[in-house]
Design a protein around this ligand. Structure first.
Ligand SMILES: Cc1ncc(COP(=O)(O)O)c(C=O)c1O
Length: 394
């Protein structure tokens, strides 16, 4: 290989040596409660398929029928080739579902953040950002050129203090927080953060990637959970988690949505999501609007699993949602735990530094409405067995 690329080999080698190399498991089945992983049938606690929609017959049917009418791809960027009525329908449906003025879709949640933040703030501005915000928020902030001022995780007091410190030092400001934090499963005190924002007349944005389909009435998200409609300017969402598909959405104030159609760079310079994705997303909204059954099931599964784990002596950390961390401490222990669970037929990921702070390694258990009672009991049995073997519980 040419000498100019040897640095990559060295870096990859380093990742292997330090244990940070990503070994990606190969799936040969749809996403669901059970998976075929590297040829082995295992119970799945790794995906964000909260409602089991990734392989839902109604979504598959909608995607198939839409392809028969519209084909597969959107052809080009929407501002150039024209927008399919299907994309507009999804946007209308999402605005109604989220009980806000308007919505615009993007290729992913990641690109929704990359579109929105630089469209709202620039070099003369400041972003007040929760210290544990998602990577796509951080990248969107960097792309904007705005000064990034972090406040302590989920702390309205810290937010107030950093705003005071920056007073008179910026043109515009934007407060950004994740809704649900995916490593701990806790969620932002959005009502308190909005009070601070309103007192200082600062724009507000929440990334509800893990709250949509989970929090609020029938999964309408964190803004609905706190009854803050009209008081949060922007909600970022993704269709890749509870909705079971792919794509991003920005919902909220109609003027901002209009601005994003003019100035959101991934909207202007990247094509829309595909036809089957869009149709499947609409079918997911149909299901969520028809009934709260799946969201209710998700929560009853999560409550059951968490209660049983806690009663057994496991520490489930800060979890307030179906994301259930099982706190283990050292990364070596978390990895060994995950590997032994896999031998028992349970696929659950170990997370360590730098994804989570040093000494706070854990297994992250993602509960889904797709899990049956039997699935949950099997996994609890595996956790107890491995927990005793490794001395985590008595
Ligand atoms: C908080 C948050 N925002 C955005 C994203 C990105 O979503 P997508 O998979 O649609 O790009 C994720 C996914 O991990 C997320 O957790």
């Amino acid at each position: 290989m040419s000498g100019k690329l040897t640095w990559i080999d060295e870096e990859l080698e380093n990742l292997h040596k330090t244990g940070f190399y990503n070994n990606i498991r190969i799936l040969s089945s749809p996403q669901g409660a059970w998976l075929i992983v590297d040829g082995k049938k295992v119970l799945n606690f790794c995906s964000n398929n909260y409602l089991g929609l990734a392989n839902h017959p109604k979504l598959i049917k909608a995607a198939t029928e839409a392809m028969q009418k519209y084909g597969v791809g959107p052809g080009a960027v929407r501002t150039i080739a024209g927008t399919m009525d299907l994309h507009l329908e999804l946007e209308k449906r999402m605005a109604a579902f989220k009980r806000v003025e308007a919505a615009i879709t993007f290729q992913s949640g990641f690109s929704a953040n990359g579109a929105t933040i630089p469209a709202l703030v620039g070099k003369e501005d400041v972003v007040f950002s929760d210290e544990l915000n998602h990577a796509s928020i951080i990248d969107g902030c960097r792309l904007s050129g705005a000064r990034i001022v972090r406040y302590d995780h989920c702390s309205p007091e810290s937010l107030e203090a950093v705003i005071h410190k920056q007073a008179g030092n910026y043109r515009r400001a934007l407060i950004i927080t994740d809704g649900v934090f995916s490593m701990d499963g806790d969620y932002a005190p959005l009502d308190k953060l909005v009070e601070v924002a309103e007192a200082h007349e600062i724009m507000t944005m929440v990334d509800d990637a893990h709250g949509e389909g989970v929090l609020g009435e029938g999964g309408r998200g964190i803004v609905d959970h706190f009854h803050l409609h009209g008081r949060v300017d922007i909600e970022i969402g993704t269709f890749s988690k509870a909705f079971g598909v792919m794509g991003g959405v920005v919902a909220g104030n109609a003027t901002i949505i209009e601005w994003l159609r003019q100035r959101g760079r991934p909207f202007l310079f990247s094509s829309a999501v595909t036809v089957p994705d869009t149709a499947a997303c609409i079918a997911a909204v149909d299901l969520l609007e028809e009934s709260t059954e799946l969201v209710d099931l998700l929560w009853s599964n999560a409550d059951y699993f968490k209660k049983e784990m806690q009663a057994t002596g496991f520490d489930t950390g800060l979890s307030m949602t179906p994301i259930t961390p099982v706190m283990l401490g050292e990364v070596s222990l978390a990895r060994e735990f995950s590997s032994k669970l896999y031998d028992e037929g349970v696929f659950a990921m170990a997370l360590g530094f730098p994804t989570v702070p040093r000494g706070k390694a854990r297994i992250r258990v993602m509960i889904s409405a797709a899990h049956t009672q039997d699935d949950l009991d099997k996994s609890l049995e595996a956790f107890r067995k491995v927990g005793r073997e490794l001395g985590v519980i008595g």
